[in-house]
Design a protein around this ligand. Structure first.
Ligand SMILES: [Zn+2]
Length: 190
């Protein structure tokens, strides 16, 4: 007998680390992708602090910066580390908490939209906005985005943008080192 798993919003290529920082999407819509960048401590690309932050286990005594952010209740659906490893924290059918105060012009619905967490998927790239992202990260990102596009028909290239674009008054990530043209070219290739 074949044991069929139910379809779920957990990507099989990602390592699963469950975050409690999520809840139900109010309408079930998934039609926007937001790209972010994060490094913890800032500028350092090793260790487990990002996973700790997204699971509310950041040790405040490990780094002065951690005390400032340990109280945050945040998450992303996916984290792509420097070596291309993907870590998934939240089922993509669920709402993760990554956009914060933000707004986005929905050209299809012809309206400004807020509460972007309601209908977006958040992907964090491990990086610091100064160092180019790695080839392995683009490889993994393209794989993840193809999986998302296959799963959510409303998602397409026009509905993929940066955190900086939707919250320009307070955010800059993933920053100028993210090569949108290269990403687009890789996404379009067979
Ligand atoms: Zn961000």
């Amino acid at each position: 007998m074949e044991n069929k798993q139910p379809l779920s919003g957990w990507w099989e290529s990602a390592r699963k680390v469950v975050s409690p920082n999520c809840d139900t999407r109010p309408s079930g819509e998934v039609s926007l992708l937001l790209l972010h960048a994060i490094s913890l401590p800032p500028g350092q690309f090793s260790g487990t602090a990002i996973e700790a932050l997204f699971t509310n286990q950041l040790a405040v005594d490990e780094h002065p910066f951690f005390a400032d952010i340990a109280h945050l209740r945040v998450s992303a659906h996916l984290l792509i580390r420097r070596d291309g490893e993907c870590v998934q924290f939240v089922d993509t059918d669920q709402r993760a908490w990554h956009a914060g105060r933000s707004c986005w012009w929905d050209a299809h619905q012809r309206e400004w939209r807020r509460a972007l967490n309601d209908f977006s998927v958040g992907i964090e790239l491990e990086g610091d906005e100064k160092t180019p992202f790695t080839r392995a990260q683009y490889d993994a990102l393209v794989g993840a985005v193809r999986w998302l596009v296959a799963r959510y028909p409303q998602l397409n290239r026009r509905r993929m943008t940066s955190h900086a674009h939707v919250a320009p008054w307070r955010k800059t990530d993933p920053g100028p080192t993210f090569d949108w043209a290269y990403f687009e070219q890789r996404l379009a290739a067979n």
